[in-house]
Design a protein around this ligand. Structure first.
Ligand code: ATR
Length: 284
């Protein structure tokens, strides 16, 4: 019996996940066993949509904006990482039991490792943004052994709250919250090994914006990473390149969260997933 895999979100039309997963099924000769479909799901329809996943012909689903947090209450079991992050982007139908995972967090670490050979252990990090995506990324970097993580956000209270919450889980990591343009945050950026943008600044139609206007703090020893993938080369990354810094593109996290989710849906080990085929679909 062919198994279906869905992606639920709203809006969903622009999602590249179906191409990415279906190309991998084709490469592995699994196109008769699996098919990946997108489905527009509004918040009021979420409970019924999760019900659809319980069918015998469904392997699972990816969950995207705006449902990653709201979906948790409809699940039967939650992986520990997803529980701590408070967001689910992957649901696996395990014999009718709905199990939630977060592959954004490990996917982000994989992207840093694969494209930049970057390991967060003992590194100083600065993160722009304190929303859902920042939660997964800060969690992943803290768990991987970062020495400090400075979080700068438009709404300072949200940065402080995120730093405070994760300080209680990771007591070996120095976590602090700042306002976006606060001088103390700029100092943290200047000494950071990795600087990450998790806000929508730079994303189409905000291409002309960047969370970091003070280009002089960027230096060639640093890695700048954006999770915005449209456009691929955001102003944030363009400025980093101008200063001679390394960059990590947003499609890397998109790719690797998908690769890890693919492994959950098919039970194939990560090394069997055709990463380059999936990557090609994102770069078309
Ligand atoms: P996501 O799941 O993509 O992280 P989110 O949870 O809505 O989405 O978080 C959006 C993040 O981008 C927040 O950090 C938000 O800042 P606030 O906490 O002040 O809202 C930030 N953000 C959104 N629009 C922004 C803008 N125009 N300028 C600066 N920061 C912005």
């Amino acid at each position: 019996m062919k198994k279906l895999v869905y992606i639920f979100g709203s809006p969903i039309e622009q999602s590249l996940s179906p191409q990415m997963h279906n190309a991998a099924y084709l490469t592995l000769g699994l196109q008769a066993q699996y098919e990946y479909l997108k489905k527009e799901v509004l918040p009021a329809e979420l409970s019924v949509a999760v019900g659809l996943l319980r069918g015998k012909n469904v392997a699972g689903a990816n969950i995207t904006v705006p449902h990653k947090e709201a979906v948790i209450k409809y699940l039967d079991e939650l992986d520990l990482q997803a529980q701590k992050i408070g967001a689910v982007n992957t649901i696996v139908n395990n014999n009718g039991k709905m199990v939630g995972y977060n592959t954004d967090a490990p996917g982000y670490l994989k992207s840093l490792q694969y494209y930049n050979s970057f390991e967060p252990k003992d590194k100083k990090i600065a993160v722009f943004g304190a929303g859902g995506a920042a939660r997964a990324i800060v969690y992943a970097l803290a768990e991987a052994g970062a020495v400090s993580i400075a979080i700068g956000n438009r709404t300072k209270e949200n940065a402080l709250a995120l730093a405070q919450e994760f300080s209680t889980i990771f007591n070996n990591v120095k976590l602090a919250g700042f306002a976006l343009a606060e001088p103390a945050f700029l100092q943290e950026i200047a000494v950071a090994d990795l600087v990450v943008n998790t806000t929508i600044m730079g994303m189409s139609p905000l291409q002309k914006t960047t969370p970091l206007k003070e280009i002089s703090v960027i230096n060639a020893k640093q890695l700048y990473s954006d999770i915005v993938y449209k456009p691929q080369k955001t102003l944030f990354l363009k400025n980093a390149l101008k200063q001679g810094a390394q960059v990590n593109y947003g499609y890397g996290m998109l790719l690797w969260q998908g690769v890890i989710a693919f492994s959950h849906f098919t039970s194939l080990p990560l090394r069997k997933v055709p990463v380059n085929v999936m990557e090609r679909e994102l770069l078309i």
